[in-house]
Design a binder for this molecule. Structure first.
Ligand SMILES: [Zn+2]
Length: 192
């Protein structure tokens, strides 16, 4: 799946959950927001917190593809990010451990620990959310992902005949359909 598809899916699902939390048997699934680590903190107005939260989710949705030298995140910081991606691809392989539920949890925990250094709380949930949307979206492809690595190394994937080719028209329509569903879900709350 293309980087722009991952960014769009993460942003759209995040905003729809922000407007209209999803009821589950375990309570409402609501979108997390960045907040000051202590007191008023450096975040300032709600609009800034919202913008930074959306940006964090979208960037995190690109991050798992650091295991692929040709990805958007590998090209993001020039030679530095290319070097990191090259090592990650050689050691971990594309769509390897970084495309698992464990990687999303680890990225979230590390970000949560980093958050107070940046003066914010809630960073871990946002990074974990964006990372998880990437992994789940890549599961709906022919290559799939090792979702439960290292416990279960089989890949979660669609059969070859059903999976849309990367960057093709079906992928674009799938993303568009998801965005429309998110708009519909958010509108339900606004019009309620
Ligand atoms: Zn990926």
């Amino acid at each position: 799946m293309l980087g722009r598809s991952h960014v769009t899916l993460a942003g759209a699902t995040y905003l729809s959950l922000l407007v209209h939390p999803l009821p589950t048997p375990w309570g409402a699934l609501a979108a997390p927001l960045l907040r000051p680590a202590a007191g008023d903190g450096p975040l300032g107005p709600d609009e800034l917190a919202l913008a930074l939260s959306v940006a964090t989710v979208m960037l995190a949705a690109l991050a798992p593809d650091v295991d692929h030298g040709g990805s958007a995140v590998a090209r993001s910081l020039g030679i530095l990010s290319r070097a990191v991606a090259s090592v990650a691809e050689r050691v971990l392989h594309h769509r390897g451990p970084l495309h698992s539920a464990l990687a999303a949890v680890v990225a979230g925990v590390l970000s949560e620990l980093l958050g107070p250094q940046l003066g914010v709380a809630g960073l871990g949930l946002l990074v974990g959310y964006g990372w998880a949307t990437h992994v789940l979206a890549d599961a709906v492809t022919a290559c799939g992902v090792p979702l439960l690595w290292p416990l279960w190394r089989r890949r979660l994937r669609l059969p070859y005949g059903l999976a849309p080719p990367t960057g093709g028209r079906v992928e674009a329509l799938t993303v568009l359909g998801t965005v429309l569903a998110c708009v519909w879900w958010g509108a339900l709350q606004v019009t309620a």
